[in-house]
Design a protein around this ligand. Structure first.
Ligand code: ADP
Length: 359
């Protein structure tokens, strides 16, 4: 039996807005789950229903196999870390971390031991006497996490916990959160709109769009086996290239190039004759030059961005555009033509109507 079960969970707000549709998932103990998707897709709403902060309109939420819909936030043994740190400014780091236990009337010796242990995990041992204003943003966020993890709850919920930090602090805190998860082993559900955070932290990712779950899978599955155009475009940076076209004689055009979909789909290609499809490949999944057996494409170089470890090459072919990610030593001149190849196994073809991958 799974630890957490979400069965056909729906949220309809009092104003009639249907924010989450039939969310289904089983979560195992100790998993690090990330909900990712654009702003407004229903991530926080789902998290808040799990926390007990928002009523579940339809469906069932189970903890350890027992219905939990009617349990209040405290009865669920769940701790939540919010976007804003919400620390008490007049209290030291020690007192901030200890706050929940102090309220519960836990013995002082026990509190001291627990706070010290939590501070050690979070690298805050030297800061216990400080007030929050004398801490960096990252340190404050660690105190907020400390306040949550000191209570030995079953589940941690984090809603965009890094969004108030600058880019560099975010990268540092990201690895710290992964480290904290390894040390505590606590089941964690983490909300973000940032696909990099999702990819680096998650055991499994839930991609959402407009209230619907698009796909649930490991970072590897989402990157290599996206279920639809949305997931394919959301995971990966720069995003996957999409060439839309209507199949004629088993082919679609990409500028002056002709992409033969039978090469990828075999006999199945015939079903798509006269229909719209999306031919897709990742910027990094190409080789320069014309490779035998691969899709060979020639296009004009519009712009190059040398980033050090790679160069992004923006190409145009007729009306179509794409981005290639290549070795900086191979950076082409702008306004010249470039020929590259996409190995057949690196190509994805989606149904242009349903947007689902064609396998
Ligand atoms: P996310 O966390 O993915 O950014 P939310 O779960 O916060 O998205 O919101 C999902 C959708 O529900 C949004 O369109 C939002 O405007 C709407 N929404 C959120 N809270 C309420 C509410 N109290 N009443 C009505 N609609 C809401």
């Amino acid at each position: 039996m799974s630890y957490l079960t979400l069965k056909d969970i729906n949220k309809i707000y009092p104003n009639g807005y249907h924010a989450v549709h039939n969310f289904n998932m089983e979560i195992e103990k100790g998993e690090f789950i990330v909900f990712v998707g654009p702003s407004g897709c229903g991530k926080s709403t789902t998290l808040r229903m799990i926390a007990g902060l928002e009523e579940i309109s339809n469906g069932e939420f189970l903890i350890d196999g027992k219905r939990a819909n009617e349990l209040g936030p405290r009865e669920r043994e769940i701790a939540m870390v919010f976007q804003s740190y919400a620390l008490y400014p007049q209290m030291t780091v020690f007192d901030n971390i200890a706050f929940g236990l102090t309220l519960q009337g836990v013995d002082e010796d026990v509190i001291e031991e627990k706070v010290k242990n939590t501070a050690r995990i979070l690298g805050l041992t030297d800061y216990l006497d400080r007030l929050p204003r004398a801490l960096s943003g990252g340190q404050r966020q660690r105190v907020a996490i400390g306040r949550a993890i000191i209570r030995k709850v079953g589940v941690f919920l984090m809603d965009e916990p890094l969004s108030n930090l600058d880019a560099k602090q975010r990268v540092t805190m990201r690895s710290e959160i992964a480290q904290i998860h390894r040390e505590t082993g606590a089941t964690t559900i983490y909300v973000t709109h940032d696909q990099t955070e999702a990819m680096t932290l998650a055991d499994r990712i839930v991609v959402m769009k407009e209230g619907y779950v698009q796909q649930i899978g490991t970072p590897y599955e989402l990157y290599f086996k996206p279920a639809n155009v949305f997931v394919a475009g959301f995971i990966g940076e720069p995003p996957m290239n999409f060439v839309r076209g209507t199949v004629k004689d088993g082919k679609i055009p990409f500028g002056g190039n002709s992409l033969d979909i039978t090469k990828k789909l075999g006999a199945k290609a015939a079903q798509y004759e006269g229909k719209p499809i999306v031919f897709a490949f990742r910027p990094e999944a190409i080789e320069l030059g014309a490779v035998e057996g691969a899709y060979q494409i020639t296009a004009a170089v519009e712009l190059t961005e040398m980033l050090g470890d790679n160069t992004n090459v923006y190409i145009t072919a007729g009306e179509d555009k794409a981005i290639l990610k290549i070795d900086p030593h191979d950076t082409p001149e702008v306004d010249t033509d470039i020929t590259f190849s996409v190995p057949v196994e690196n190509v994805y073809i989606f149904d242009g109507e349903t947007e689902l991958v064609i396998e």
